[in-house]
Write a protein that binds this ligand. Structure first.
Ligand code: 5GP
Ligand code: ZN
Length: 138
């Protein structure tokens, strides 16, 4: 899909109207049209990045700074019992809109939102080898 056809490029840049809760030169924060819970918000950069892999550190930093502000606003307005901050990359991870976005999903006791997984098992030697391999790449 070209950037011209990207719905989040259009939403972030105001070409398509949205329920906006915050906007600056870097990003727009909107309410999700199919919310997982009341107050589910999306932080969308105005520049097109397919996913986290193509995003620069400055934009990433700005987005998480805004996330802390949005989280506090949601807490003050909605008084949720918790909050999940989620960011999907790739179809296998559940990404459906291929323009980077961060989800802020307020959580309420006994809600039906499902973002959990079954804890797996690990092998100490394998964890040590993998941590060493990854450390070399950062
Ligand atoms: P993803 O699955 O890619 O991580 O999340 C995409 C999110 O964008 C979904 O939660 C979906 O409901 C939301 N979404 C898709 N199209 C629109 C839209 O046109 N407006 C708004 N506000 N949210 C959208
Ligand atoms: Zn885009």
């Amino acid at each position: 899909m070209s950037k011209e056809d990207c719905i989040f490029c259009k939403i972030a840049n105001g070409v398509i109207p949205s329920a906006t809760v915050y906007e600056d030169s870097i990003c727009r924060v909107i309410l999700d049209i199919n919310p997982a819970s009341k107050g589910h918000a999306l932080i969308i950069p105005k520049e097109h990045f397919d996913n986290v892999y193509s995003m620069d550190a400055d934009t990433a930093s700005k987005i998480f700074t805004i996330a802390t502000e949005v989280a506090k606003a949601q807490k003050a307005e909605l008084n949720p019992d918790g909050l999940n901050i989620i960011q999907n990359n790739g179809e296998a991870a559940g990404q459906t809109v291929f323009h980077f976005h961060m989800h802020l999903v307020p959580r309420y006791i006994n809600d039906t939102v499902n973002v959990t997984w079954k804890p797996g098992e690990s092998d100490k030697t394998e964890l040590e080898a993998l941590s060493k391999a990854l450390r070399k790449r950062i």
